[in-house]
Structure formats: structure tokens, C-alpha cells
Design a protein around this ligand. Structure first.
Ligand code: FEO
Length: 407
């Protein structure tokens, strides 16, 4: 196939692939994505940073060959840098090395080298130079400086900083699952990109928030932040305005939230739905923003995205067979996995439920929410269909939840 490389600086090219029709990524919904790889030409050596996912190597190879054509050089890659081993960035790494230079130098973190072998079982025949923060390589007039970034988002994650150009190749960190024809942040709505970056952070990075805080502080303290002119992640758009995404990461990692409450419910015969709507009215009556999700139709990944910046949640499900209606269960699993408490934000929670007789949903939801780091402040557990008095109580509990986040 034919595909053009995209020059992002003199002698630096995006050679990634566009996964236009990607709609899921290990369990969460996406509007397409990209797997970004970059080719850097030094005076002495040419470097490929990162690799791509299954079935899409034709695009990678076509763009690599186009980049060499644009530079007027014979194709030879001298150095491979692998910032992270997950398959969406490494599926064709071994094949690419064999194709372009089996004798090339390879650089990765120690965990990355180990994880590559454990995933592909053919990397032990290659010599991987393991690197960490402080290690650098000179490729002729250009320096690649490695920065360990464990748990952003895997233990093997690493950034590579192209010192003279101020380009931070950050792999998954600062990524977004979007697939556009242009490559920069400034080519599209920052509101949409910000939402997609938030979805990415909420679902994939939240658990690494303590490491994100430390890494952002370290990059500030050692002067890297002020040198960064561009952040080139492995998914989505390249940030020509790095301050925008660095500010967002600083906020998300440290639990800075809005006066906003996310309401999540499921329902059998619309009773729990009626409670959800009344709770929302109560919240709004206090001037607090509400977002509402029904687990019948909405995905947990979007809910998680809104909860990241919410100071509280209200969550409801009817009781069925002494337990919460099962569809709310996947939401609870996601909350437990993500664990927002690690962002240093303890979010208040209101639980609501409609039951026929014995109940059980509220107790189970309370246990699950407390295990997931929420502060359960109140609950509403009603029989069957809410009457006007119960609806008024739901309104008041919504209003009280809203007041609790302003205290
Ligand atoms: Fe985009 Fe951790 O892979």
C-alpha cells in the first residue's frame, strides 16, 4: 500500500497507523484510534520509536519508506526504542527489526524487555539494552533521553525525550482514542480532545495517579516541563500545546473536581428511574451540575469519565433476588478497578433503590462503594413504586448531596 509519513519537525516523522473503524479497545468504546510510531533522523543514526497493532503493519511500513524517501536516504533503521510493551504498540516490533535491520540497537526498560519476551516468546534472540531515567543516546546532533514512567500506565512504561527539539514521546500517557486525518491537537476541537483524553485517563490511568503526580513534579523540578515544545503520544493527536494536557493531567491526578454529580441507575419497572430523576431535580435545585446515565443503554466507560471530575455520585438499582439488579454490577466492578481514592479525592455517594419486600440492594451497593473508596453519606430504600411523599424525600436527598459537596 501507499501511505505518507507526516513530518512533525525537521527529520522527525509520524509513521503510525490509522485504525479508522476501531470501535472497542479491550472493553471500552472508542470512535476509532491511532497507533502512533515516530521516525527520528540523526546525523549518524535513524531511530524508530514504538510500533503498531495487529493487521495494520502495511501502513507502518509504507510510512517508514515514505519518510526515508522524503529524506532522500536509503532505508536503514539503526535504533529501535520501545517505550512500552503492550501489544497495540509492539505487535510488529520483532518483524520490523528483522525487516529493516536485524543488527540494530534496541532500547527499552527492563520490564519492557521482560514483558516482550513473555508476550511473544521470541525476543530472547535479540539483545535489548535496558535503560532508565538519566540514560541517553546520541544519534548524531540529536539526543534521546529516557525517562522511566512506571504505572503510566504499566510497570514497563517509559518516555523518550528528544532533547534538542523538545519533543516528548510519551507513549500511552497523554493519549486519546480518536482517529482523524490531521495529526495535531490544534486541528480539532479542544473540547472533544479534552473529553477523549479524560476518558483515556479515567479508564486507563487513574490507578496510576500517585505515579502521575510524582512524575509531573519530577518533570517540573528537573526542568523538562519548560523544555517540552510538543508531546507526541502513541494514541491520537500530537499536542502542540503541551500546557493544555499537562494541566489536565495535573488536575486529574490530584483529584481536582467540579461541583458536579454523576447519577447512575438501572431500573426494572421505572421506580428506581423515578427516584433518579427526582434526585437529579434536587441536585439541580442547589445549582449543581448533573450528568445522568442509565445502565440499560450507557457504557461504564463514559460513566467513569464523568465520575473522574465529579465530587459525588448517586447510584441506584432495584433489588432483584436480594441483590442489586445485575446490570449495575459491571459498573461496580469498574469503580472497584479504577479506585478514584488514589487521586486523593474522596467522593460522596448516595444510594437509592426500589424493592418489593426483603431488599438487599442498598447493603450490597454500600459495601461495594466503600471498598471502591467512596464515602457513602446517605441512602433511600423504598417499597415498590414511589408516591409523592417518597418523591419529595428523593428530591431532598438529592439537594442534601449537592449541599454536601459545597460544604
Ligand atoms: Fe496503548 Fe498500554 O497500550
Amino acid at each position: 500500500m501507499k501511505a505518507k509519513a507526516f513530518k512533525i519537525a525537521e527529520g522527525v516523522y509520524w509513521v503510525g497507523v490509522l485504525h479508522w473503524n476501531g470501535r472497542t479497545f479491550h472493553g471500552y468504546s472508542i470512535p476509532g484510534t491511532t497507533y502512533n510510531a515516530y521516525l527520528v533522523f540523526g546525523e549518524e543514526k535513524t531511530v524508530l520509536i514504538d510500533n503498531v497493532y495487529r493487521n495494520l503493519s502495511d501502513q507502518l511500513y509504507a510510512r517508514i519508506e515514505d519518510a526515508f524517501a522524503q529524506e532522500g536516504k536509503e532505508i536503514q533503521i539503526d535504533v529501535f526504542v520501545q517505550n512500552h510493551s503492550e501489544m497495540d504498540h509492539s505487535t510488529y516490533l520483532h518483524e520490523t527489526i528483522e525487516k529493516y535491520n536485524p543488527k540494530a540497537e534496541i532500547y527499552a526498560s527492563a520490564n519492557c524487555a521482560k514483558f516482550l519476551e513473555q508476550q511473544y516468546h521470541n525476543f530472547s534472540d535479540l539483545k535489548i539494552n535496558t535503560v532508565a531515567t538519566g540514560d541517553e543516546i546520541d544519534i548524531g546532533g540529536r539526543t534521546l533521553s529516557f525517562i522511566s514512567a512506571p504505572m503510566l500506565h504499566w510497570p514497563d512504561s517509559m518516555f523518550t525525550f528528544l532533547v534538542e527539539d523538545g519533543i516528548l514521546f510519551s507513549n500511552d500517557a497523554f493519549g486519546q482514542h480518536v482517529c482523524y486525518s490531521e495529526r495535531y491537537d490544534e486541528d480539532y476541537s479542544l473540547d472533544i480532545l479534552g473529553w477523549e483524553a479524560q476518558k483515556y485517563y479515567a479508564n486507563l490511568v487513574t490507578l496510576g495517579s500517585p505515579m502521575a503526580r510524582m512524575k509531573l513534579q519530577e518533570l517540573t523540578d528537573n526542568g523538562i516541563v519548560e523544555q517540552i515544545k510538543m508531546i507526541a503520544p502513541c494514541h491520537g493527536q500530537i499536542w502542540k500545546n503541551p500546557g493544555y494536557i499537562l494541566d489536565l493531567y495535573t488536575k486529574w491526578a490530584s483529584g481536582v473536581c467540579k461541583d458536579k454529580i454523576t447519577v447512575i441507575f438501572d431500573t426494572m419497572h421505572h421506580s428506581t428511574e423515578k427516584l433518579a430523576f427526582q434526585i437529579a431535580e434536587g441536585i439541580m435545585s442547589e445549582g449543581v451540575e448533573v450528568v445522568m446515565y442509565s445502565m440499560e443503554t450507557d457504557g461504564p466507560d463514559d460513566v467513569i469519565t464523568d465520575i473522574l471530575e465529579s465530587k459525588a455520585i448517586a447510584i441506584g438499582a432495584p433489588t432483584m433476588m436480594n441483590k442489586p439488579f445485575p446490570r449495575i454490577g459491571s459498573m461496580m466492578y469498574w469503580l472497584d478497578c479504577v479506585n478514584f481514592a488514589v487521586t486523593n479525592s474522596v467522593k460522596n455517594a448516595l444510594i437509592f433503590s426500589s424493592k418489593g419486600w426483603g431488599g438487599g440492594a442498598v447493603a450490597k451497593l454500600q459495601k461495594n462503594l466503600e471498598e471502591a473508596g467512596f464515602n457513602v453519606t446517605d441512602s433511600l430504600d423504598i417499597f415498590f413504586v414511589p408516591d409523592e411523599d417518597v418523591l419529595t424525600e428523593a428530591f431532598e436527598k438529592g439537594a442534601q448531596l449537592a449541599r454536601s459537596i459545597k460544604e
